[in-house]
Design a protein around this ligand. Structure first.
Ligand SMILES: Cc1cc2nc3c(=O)[nH]c(=O)nc-3n(C[C@H](O)[C@H](O)[C@H](O)COP(=O)(O)OP(=O)(O)OC[C@H]3O[C@@H](n4cnc5c(N)ncnc54)[C@H](O)[C@@H]3O)c2cc1C
Length: 471
C-alpha cells in the first residue's frame, strides 16, 4: 500500500472542515487542514457569517431596547447614541476570540494546519499555494472538500463593495446607512437589515417572491413581515424583480419591475445584495482529481458524502442541501466516522433553520405547505406568545408556536415558531422529533413556569385536540 503523508486532508476550515478534522483526529487519523486565508480558521461562519452577524445583532438589539423599551421598564437614559466603530470593534474581538478557539482545538488534536490555497495535483496529492508565493505539496490517502460558498450576485447588479455590497462588507460599515436597500428577503437580508434598522436606518427590502424567508412555513414569513414593519419601520416590495442597481457618487439607484410590469425606482445610500450564495470551488483543481460537479456547480456526492472519486468526500455549503453551519458540522462528523468504518446517520429532515431577527424565527420538520402538497393528513395547534406570562414580563408579545402533527398517529411532523428566544427553544422540538414524539407527549411534559417554552406545551396541547389551557 502507498505511503501517504496524511491519512486525511481537509480543505477548508469552516464549521464543516474544522469539525471534520477534529473528529478524524479523535478517531486516530493523521490529519491536516488547509485554509486559504492566513491565520483565519473558522471559514465564513466564524469570520464573516454566523458569529459576526450575531454579535452585531446583539449590540443593535441593546441599542434598540435602550432607545425604545427601557423607558417603559422605568429606566431613563439621556444622550443615547451609537458608536459604530466600537460596535464593529467588539464584533471583531468576538470573532478573533472564536477563531483563536479553533486554532487551539487544532493544536490540541495534533492537526497540521497549512495556510494557503489548496488545489489537487491529482487524486492523492495536494498543492498549497501560500500568500508569500511559496508552495508546498503533500500526499493523502483520503480528502474532505469543505470549501464552502461565496455570495452570489445577479448579472445586472455589479457589486462594487463600497455602496453595492454583500453581507461581508455590511459587517464592517463605517457609518449607519440613511437608507439601506436590501435585495432579497431571505435570512441574511432580514438579519442585516434588522441590525441597521435598529441603529436608525430606513430599510427597504425588495424581494422577487410573494413572501419573505421563502423556504420556511408561510405563516412565519407573514408574521415576520408584520413585525419588522411595525417595530422597525421596514418597507417591503414583494413580487418585485430588481432589474438594475447603480452607484453614482454615493447614491444607489435601484430599479425593480413589479408584477404589473411597472418599473419602481428606489434610492438609497447603500444596497445590500443578499440573493443567496454559490458553492465555492475556484482554483481547487477538481479536474486534476477527476471530481465532478452538478449542473448548479455543487460537488456531487452520494449518501455517504463520497464524490465520484470514492476516497474524496465533500461536505457543507459546497454540496447539496441547506447552507447552514450546523448542517456542515454534522456532515463533517458523519464523514470522519464513515471513514473510520462506523455507521453514522444524519436526519436531514430534522436540521433546524433559524432567523436571528427579533422576534427570532425557528423551524424544524415539514411546513404546512409541504404536508398539503404531499397529501399527508395533519392537524395543527398554534399558541401566541401574547398569552404567556413570561413574554408579558419581558414585553415580547409578538409571534406564536405552531405544531403540525399527523392526523391519525399524532406524531409531530413540523414545528414552526416566531417569538422570543425561539432560536434556542427549537432544540426541544428537534429532540422530540428525533424520538418521534407525539404532540400529546410534548403537551404533557412539564415545562418550567414562567418560561417562553410554555408556548410549545400549549401549542402541542392545542394540536392534540383543543386542549390548550391558557386560550
Ligand atoms: C452573514 C451570514 C450569516 C450567517 N449566519 C448563519 C447562522 O446564524 N447560522 C448558520 O447555521 N449559518 C449561517 N450562515 C451560513 C454559514 O456561514 C455557512 O453555512 C457555513 O459557514 C458553511 O460552512 P462550510 O464549512 O461548508 O464552509 P465555509 O464556512 O464557507 O468555509 C469554507 C472555508 O474554505 C476555505 N477555502 C475555500 N477554498 C479553499 C481552497 N481551495 N483551499 C483552502 N481553503 C479554501 C475558505 O476560505 C473558507 O474558510 C451565515 C452566512 C452568512 C454569510
Amino acid at each position: 500500500m502507498a505511503n501517504y503523508k496524511y491519512d486525511v486532508v481537509v480543505i477548508g476550515s469552516g464549521p464543516g472542515g474544522y469539525v471534520a478534522a477534529i473528529r478524524c483526529a479523535q478517531l486516530g487519523m493523521k490529519t491536516a487542514i488547509v485554509e486559504k486565508y492566513d491565520n483565519k480558521l473558522g471559514g465564513t461562519c466564524l469570520n464573516v457569517g454566523c458569529i459576526p452577524s450575531k454579535a452585531l445583532l446583539d449590540s443593535s438589539e441593546h441599542f434598540y431596547n435602550a432607545s425604545h423599551t427601557f423607558k417603559t421598564h422605568g429606566i431613563e437614559l439621556d444622550n443615547l447614541k451609537v458608536n459604530l466603530p466600537q460596535m464593529i470593534a467588539r464584533k471583531e474581538d468576538v470573532v478573533n476570540k472564536t477563531v483563536d478557539g479553533v486554532k487551539f482545538l487544532m493544536k490540541k488534536n495534533k492537526i497540521d494546519v497549512y495556510y494557503g490555497m489548496g488545489s489537487f495535483i491529482d487524486a492523492n496529492n495536494l498543492k498549497v499555494s501560500k500568500s508569500d508565493k511559496s508552495e508546498e505539496t503533500f500526499s493523502f490517502a483520503k480528502a474532505i472538500i469543505a470549501t464552502g460558498s461565496k455570495p452570489f450576485s445577479l448579472p445586472s447588479i455589479p457589486i462594487d463593495k463600497e455602496r453595492i455590497i454583500t453581507s461581508t462588507e455590511a459587517l464592517v460599515l463605517k457609518e449607519v446607512p440613511k437608507h439601506l436597500l436590501v435585495i432579497g428577503g431571505g435570512v441574511i437580508g432580514l438579519e442585516i437589515g434588522s441590525v441597521y434598522a435598529r441603529l436608525g436606518s430606513k430599510v427597504s427590502v425588495i424581494e422577487f417572491a410573494d413572501s419573505l424567508i421563502g423556504s420556511m412555513d408561510l405563516d412565519l414569513g407573514k408574521e415576520i413581515q408584520k413585525v419588522l414593519k411595525k417595530h422597525l419601520g421596514f418597507e417591503f416590495f414583494l413580487k418585485h424583480k430588481v432589474v438594475s442597481a447603480e452607484n453614482k457618487d454615493g447614491i444607489v439607484t435601484l430599479k425593480a419591475e413589479n408584477d404589473k410590469g411597472e418599473i419602481v425606482t428606489l434610492e438609497g445610500d447603500y444596497c445590500l445584495v443578499s440573493v443567496g450564495r454559490r458553492p465555492y470551488t475556484d482554483n481547487l483543481g477538481l479536474e486534476n482529481a477527476g471530481v465532478i460537479k452538478d449542473e448548479r456547480g455543487k460537488i456531487s456526492v452520494n449518501e455517504k458524502l463520497q464524490t465520484n472519486i470514492p476516497h474524496i468526500y465533500a461536505i457543507g455549503d459546497v454540496i447539496k442541501g441547506a447552507m447552514l453551519a450546523h448542517k456542515a458540522s454534522e456532515e463533517g462528523v458523519f464523514v470522519a466516522e464513515t471513514m473510520a468504518g462506523q455507521h453514522p446517520h444524519i436526519n436531514y429532515n430534522l436540521i433546524p433553520g433559524v432567523v436571528y431577527t427579533w422576534p427570532e424565527v425557528a423551524a424544524v420538520g415539514q411546513t404546512e405547505q409541504e404536508l398539503i402538497k404531499n397529501n399527508i393528513p395533519y392537524k395543527k395547534g398554534s399558541f401566541p406568545f401574547m398569552a404567556i406570562g413570561r413574554a408579558r414580563a419581558s414585553m415580547d408579545l409578538d409571534g406564536f408556536v405552531k405544531i403540525l402533527a399527523h392526523k391519525d398517529t399524532d406524531e409531530i411532523l413540523g414545528v414552526h415558531m416566531i417569538g422570543p428566544r425561539c432560536a434556542d427553544i427549537i432544540a426541544e422540538a428537534v429532540v422530540a422529533m428525533e424520538f418521534r414524539a407525539s404532540a400529546e407527549d410534548l403537551g404533557v411534559f412539564s415545562h418550567a413556569h414562567p418560561t417562553f417554552t410554555e408556548a410549545v406545551k400549549e401549542a402541542a396541547l392545542a394540536a392534540t385536540g383543543n386542549r390548550a389551557l391558557h386560550m
